[in-house]
Structures are given as C-alpha cells and as structure tokens.
Design a protein around this ligand. Structure first.
Ligand code: 5GP
Length: 203
C-alpha cells in the first residue's frame, strides 16, 4: 500500500551552483517529477521561453497575484519578484507527481512553514571561486547583477541548517542520481506513509 500523493521538493542553491543543470539531468533520467514553473517580473534571458522557464509577467500583475493569494510563496530577489503558483503544485501533488520547486531560500523557508512535509535540498558549488567563475561564465548577467548575486549567495548559505540534504555539485551525473535516490528513500519514510497507518487501523 503506497501513499499516492507526490512529494514536494524544494531545491535551492546560490546562483552559479549549477542547480538548473542538475535538475535538467533529473528530468532526463526520470519522469516521476514535474517542475513548477514560477512567475517572475525579470526580463527573459536569451533562449528562455514564457510558460516554460518562467511565466514572465509585469510587476502590477505580480502584485495582483500576491493580493489574490495565488502565489504560495514569493520573494523579491535582486530587483525582481519571483513566486510559486499555488494551482500548479496542488494539482500535480494530488496526481502523485513529485513536484520540484527551484527557489531561493526566502521562498524555501515559506514553503517549509506551510508544508512541513516538504523535502528541502541545497545544491552548492565546491567552493566560492567556482561559484564566481560559473556566474561569470554564463555571460548573461551584468557586472552589477553578478556582484548582487555573489553577495546574496553568501547570505543564502547561512540557511544551511534549515535544509534536509546538502549536495556538493562536483559532478552533475552524481548529484542528479543522488536527488533521485533521496526522493525514492523519502517515499518509504513513515512521514510519507501516514495513509498506510490510517487504513490499517481504519482511522
Ligand atoms: P534567476 O533569475 O537566476 O532565474 O533566478 C534567481 C533566483 O530566484 C534563483 O535562486 C531561483 O532559484 C529563484 N527562484 C526562481 N523562481 C522562484 C520562485 O518562484 N520563488 C522563489 N522564492 N525563488 C525563485
């Protein structure tokens, strides 16, 4: 007897930690996961598609979503709003999909409060130098944005203890395999199998 509700997974990591690439590998290896497409007020980067990478919306529209309680968490990050749409995660979790939220720490802490059963994973680069190199290597951020993101990264890592797992990203293949195994194990935990207990004792 298995709990059919999916697991809510938060993946955070400083800009340049490589979490996006890791998650792409997870999606290639397994179709037990869905990605929650966030809303943001930032401009699309070259190659980013509306509705795929983000829902790119205006500041006014975003503020409406906050007022209507349509976003389950949101933050203001380096000059822009980012938020998770409530409908997306509820629908997929009910359908038994494991839903991945790729969000920064402020949002992660809001999710942890609202959904104590959520699993929180922190992906980090091996060290600060690698972080800076990766961020510059992207070539899509301005110097000011890079400086802001590096500063923010240091702040984010202070939340280390709030996360369930720490994955040091030295090898994409290994980190993505680890994420898949963590979720598999988590599915077997008592925390996720309360339905079994209730059915067994007819509660
Ligand atoms: P980027 O601009 O590089 O796409 O994202 C900047 C940061 O915002 C990243 O750490 C990313 O994980 C985070 N982020 C993306 N979507 C959301 C969201 O819906 N909520 C929160 N709190 N953070 C988000």
């Amino acid at each position: 007897m298995e709990n059919n509700r999916g697991i809510l997974i938060v993946v955070s990591g400083p800009a340049g930690s490589g979490k996006g690439t890791v998650l792409n590998a997870v999606f290639e290896k397994s179709d037990n996961f869905t990605y929650s497409v966030s809303a943001t007020t930032r401009e699309p980067r070259p190659g980013e598609k509306d509705g795929v990478h983000y829902h790119f919306i205006t500041k006014e529209h975003f503020e409406e979503l906050i007022a209507n309680d349509t976003v389950v968490e949101h933050t203001f990050y380096c000059g822009n709003y980012y938020g998770t749409l409530r409908t997306v995660i509820e629908k997929d979790l009910c359908n038994g999909k494991n839903v991945i939220l790729e969000i920064e720490v402020d949002g992660a802490m809001q999710i942890k409060n609202k959904f104590p059963e959520a699993l929180l994973i922190l992906v980090v680069p091996p060290n600060y130098e690698v972080l800076e190199k990766r961020l510059r290597g992207r070539g899509t951020n301005t110097e000011e944005d890079i400086a802001n993101r590096l500063e923010r990264s240091k702040e984010e890592l202070k939340f280390f203890n709030e996360y369930d797992y720490l994955l040091i990203n030295e090898d994409i293949d290994e980190v993505s395999d680890n994420i898949i195994s963590i979720i598999k194990t988590q599915k077997l935990s008592t925390k996720y199998n309360k339905d079994f207990y209730n059915k067994f004792f007819n509660i």
